[in-house]
Write a protein that binds this ligand. Structure first.
Ligand code: F0G
Length: 506
């Protein structure tokens, strides 16, 4: 259930207003980038035959293809692939590598309070609320290993668990449930397709027994598995109210929190005049903790954390778990004041978090993703709209409609291989192959079948992305000629997309 103002007419007005805000931003800034280059990486052009040979050696698996031979856009992931600012590089020099309580740890703690609000300040040193890990999934691993020991038949619902989150939950015999919004499954535009389906959350909770079985509710902002789509403040508020009424803590998977806040400002009634930092603080006032990979909106190349709100429901409901998380962290990562990171990483990270909520930066970032997507859309390439904050998702089922290829031919894999071999741009299949699986010799397919173009932060200019879009368009126009692939290795493996080998069907 949504409040009023999300009807068809309102939606149209929202999208029109968003386009207007973009136009005004471009006028005001003279379409300037909110940064200029201070260091650049020179590119070496790679001849097609060299790319094709390297791709064959990698068994057409784009993950196994050497990055040095990607001479177009590397859009495999936006995770840890961003360029740092000069202020962050300066922090690396200033890094303090003391074993206990290094300077970066305190800077990071202070920055978290500044960014997420005073409520996140922990005054009691006996009850730490920041647990540092080397990346997001290590934080998830710690949290779910410990939560998994609190009961049997546990369930953790989300608006869309990311694959490592879902995998870490299930590895601890907990059931990961995805309550995707109805709008996500439909083709029409909606401003907040990343929302959780609260009707289904209520149904899940209405069975009395289930309440005890739900240790946490999760909201992934933005919803990566659901196409990088944002979650509205109304949905955050509602999920928070429902969870808390049932005495269940609410967590964010906060990887792309700043991009989500920008969408709220653009699209949600009542937020146009609020600053991004104010919106971020409001978002985080509704949750009891969060897991995060700082490789996204931390503007860092490595890092992750579990952060708990002092006095929040998680700390109240599971006081005994804090020590267990600390112990897990010491056993697997290092002293809690550095986790799996160097002291200089922590200082650079604190700077990154301070920069990411800059509205000029976010307008450019989200605008760049949209401009890339619009170029594809204008040429008729089937893409998920509205565009998400970090990536454009190509819908492979519609892309190959009418070509006679079967899903078992994995045309999405063939498309990514041809785009890389022929044009030097690297995208990644997140669909029938990555999320499908083989069971008793039969293939099971996921609900969505995408190839994702994830845009690294502060790395590419529009000109680079236009070249990549044109290569995609060119392949789309010749899609009848794209063959499927034969899986020559790894069809039945877990996480098979990282390991498998293919050859083009002849
Ligand atoms: N949660 C979300 C929503 C993510 O997108 C990711 C990573 C993680 C957790 C795990 O973080 O990589 O630091 O361990 N997403 C990357 C991607 C890998 O390409 O979307 P990590």
């Amino acid at each position: 259930m949504r409040g009023k103002g999300f009807g068809k007419e309102k939606r149209r007005t929202d999208m029109r207003r968003e386009r207007e805000i973009f136009r005004r931003f471009q006028e005001e800034t003279g379409n300037r980038r909110p940064y200029r280059n201070a260091i650049v990486r020179m590119r070496k052009s790679v001849p097609t035959r060299v790319r094709v040979k390297a791709l064959r050696q990698a068994g057409l698996n784009v993950f196994l293809y050497p990055a040095a031979r990607v001479d177009g856009c590397d859009l495999l992931s936006d995770s840890g692939t961003g360029a740092m600012t000069t202020a962050q590089w300066a922090e690396l020099i200033e890094g303090d590598e003391s074993y206990g309580s290094n300077e970066g740890y305190f800077l990071l703690r202070e920055q978290l309070v500044r960014t997420f609000g005073e409520a996140w300040r922990q005054k009691d040193p006996r009850r730490p609320n920041l647990f540092i890990f080397h990346q997001g999934r290590a934080a998830e691993h710690a949290l779910f290993t410990i939560i998994g020991k609190t009961g049997n038949n546990l369930i953790i619902p989300s608006n869309g668990h990311f694959d490592t989150t879902g995998a870490n939950i299930e590895a601890n015999a907990i059931t990961a449930v995805n309550l995707f919004s109805k709008e996500l499954k439909q083709r029409r535009d909606h401003p907040f397709k990343g929302d959780m389906d609260v009707g289904r959350l209520r149904t899940l909770l209405s069975e009395k027994k289930q309440k005890k079985q739900i240790p946490l509710v999760f909201l992934t902002i933005t919803n990566n598995t659901g196409g990088g789509q944002p979650v509205s403040m109304a949905n955050i508020r509602q999920v928070s109210r429902i969870s808390h009424r049932n005495d269940i803590p609410l967590f964010f998977d906060a990887c792309r929190f700043a991009e989500n806040a920008y969408f709220i400002k653009q699209r949600e009634r009542g937020y146009a005049k609020k600053s991004i930092p104010a919106i971020v603080r409001e978002m985080f006032s509704h949750v009891d903790g969060f897991t995060v990979s700082w490789k996204k909106d931390g503007l860092s190349n490595m890092g992750g954390s579990i952060v708990l709100r002092p006095g929040g429901l998680f700390m109240k409901r599971y006081p005994e778990l804090l020590e267990q998380i600390t112990d897990h962290q010491i056993l697997t990562e290092g002293h809690p004041t550095y986790g799996g990171l160097t002291g200089r990483d922590l200082k650079a990270l604190a700077r990154g978090i301070a920069t990411i909520t800059d509205e000029g930066y976010l307008a450019h970032r989200v605008g760049q993703v949209a401009r890339f997507g619009e170029r594809l859309q204008r040429a008729g390439v089937p893409v998920l709209t509205p565009f998400g904050g970090h990536a454009v998702y190509l819908d492979m089922n519609r892309f190959f409609e009418g070509t006679g290829l079967a899903r078992e031919d994995y045309p999405g894999i063939a498309f990514t291989a041809l785009l890389l071999g022929s044009y030097g741009h690297r995208l990644c299949e997140l669909g029938d192959f990555a999320f499908g699986r083989e069971k008793d010799g039969k293939q099971e397919f996921p609900e969505v079948n995408y190839v994702r173009a994830a845009i690294p932060r502060l790395v590419y200019e529009d000109q680079d992305l236009a070249a990549c879009a044109d290569a995609i368009i060119s392949l789309y126009r010749r899609r009848e000629k794209i063959p499927g692939v034969v899986v020559t290795y790894g069809r039945d493996k877990t996480l098979r997309h990282f390991k498998a080998q293919f050859r083009l069907r002849t």
